[in-house]
Design a protein around this ligand. Sequence first.
Ligand SMILES: O=P(O)(O)OC[C@H]1O[C@](O)(COP(=O)(O)O)[C@@H](O)[C@@H]1O
Ligand SMILES: [Mg+2]
Ligand SMILES: [Mg+2]
Length: 366
Amino acid sequence: MSLSNRSTLTQYLIEQRRRFPSASGDLNALLLEVALACKSIARAVAFGELGGVMGDPGVDAVQGGAVNVQGEVQKKLDVLSNDVFVRMNEWAGHLAGMASEEMEAPAQIPAPYPRGKYLLVFDPLDGSSNIDVNVSVGSVFSILRAPEDVIESGRDVVEADFLQPGAAQVAAGYAIYGPTTMLVLSVGNGVAGFTLHPNLGEFVLTHPDIQVPPDTREFAINASNSRFWEPPVKRYVDECLAGATGPRGKDFNMRWIASMVAEAHRILMRGGVFMYPRDTKDPSKPGRLRLLYEANPIGFIMEQAGGRASTGRQPVLGVKPTGLHQRIGLVFGSRHEVERIERYHHEPVKNDFNTPLFAERSLFRN
Ligand SMILES: O=P(O)(O)OC[C@H]1O[C@](O)(COP(=O)(O)O)[C@@H](O)[C@@H]1O
Ligand SMILES: [Mg+2]
Ligand SMILES: [Mg+2]
C-alpha cells in the first residue's frame, strides 16, 4: 500500500473540517487521539500483551476475577484497553469527560489537564471473548457535545450529561483488530474506512465512501437464543431459513462471529443484517448490547452508510437513553431487511407466522 495517491486520516479530517470554516479543530484533534488509542490497542492485541494467543503461558486472560459493571468477568485486555483510552484522551483539553463499558461512573478530566467541550463514550474492547481464539475484536467510540453548562462552568460531568440520543452524536466509529487493523468513522458526512499501514503506523484512507447495499442474502443472529425470541424475530428468521422455497423466494446464508464490530464491518463491506433483539431470556435485560457505546455508534455508522439501525420497533438513534449502561435490542444493516423486521414488529402477531401457506406471497395472501 503506497501513500502517494492516498490520503491519511489527518488529511481526511482536514478536508472534512473545511465544511465548517469556523471549527476550532478540537474534534479533529480528539479523533486523532482516539485513533492513537486504537493503534496502541491494536499493538497490544497483536503482541499478546496481557492475554490473547501470544499471552504468557500460565497467565490467565482473566484478571484476578475482576468483574465489570455488567457483572461480566473483565479480561486483562478489557482493562488494559480501557486504560489506554482514558490515558490517551484525558490530557489534551478536548474532553469534558468520558464514559465506558468498563467504568461504572463517568471519568472526570483530572487536574491539571484542561477541560473541553466533548464527551467520549466507548467500548474499549468489543468481542473480547474472541481474544483467546484469535478472532477479530474491536473498539467502538461515540463523541457527543457536552451540555452547554458543562462547557461554560467546567464542572464535573455526571451520568445525565451522557444521556443524549444517538442522533446527537457528533462523530462515531470503530477500530477492528483483524487480519489488518482498520478504523471506520463518520463525522456526519458519510463513512470512511482507513487501514493501518503496518510500517508507517498511519491510518490510510482505503474505503472513502462506504455504502451498505440495501438488499442482502445474509443474516447474523445467535440462534442458540431462538427459544427466547419474540414472534416477529422468529418469523423473520424462519422465513430466511425457508430459503428459495419459502416466502422470501431466495436462499439466505447465516453468520455469527460473536464480535459485533466484526459483524458490523462485514455488513458495511458487503451487506447483511445483524440482530441481537430484545428477547425473554432475562427479563431484567431488554437486549444484550449497550445503547450508548455499542448500539448508538454502530447505528450512526450504519445510517451514515445508507443502512439502517433499529431496536426492531424504532430507529435506535431516536431512543432517549435512561442509563449509562442501558441495554437495548439492536438490529442493523441492509436497509430493506431492517425495514422488513420493523414491519414485522408492527404487524399483529400471527400464530402461524412460520406456516408457508399463510406467509407473505402465499396462496392465502395477496
Ligand atoms: O455471547 P453472544 O450471545 O454470542 O454475544 C456476543 C455479543 O457480545 C459482545 O461480545 C458484547 O461486547 P463485549 O465483548 O464488549 O462485552 C458483542 O460484540 C457480540 O455481538
Ligand atoms: Mg461490546
Ligand atoms: Mg467490551
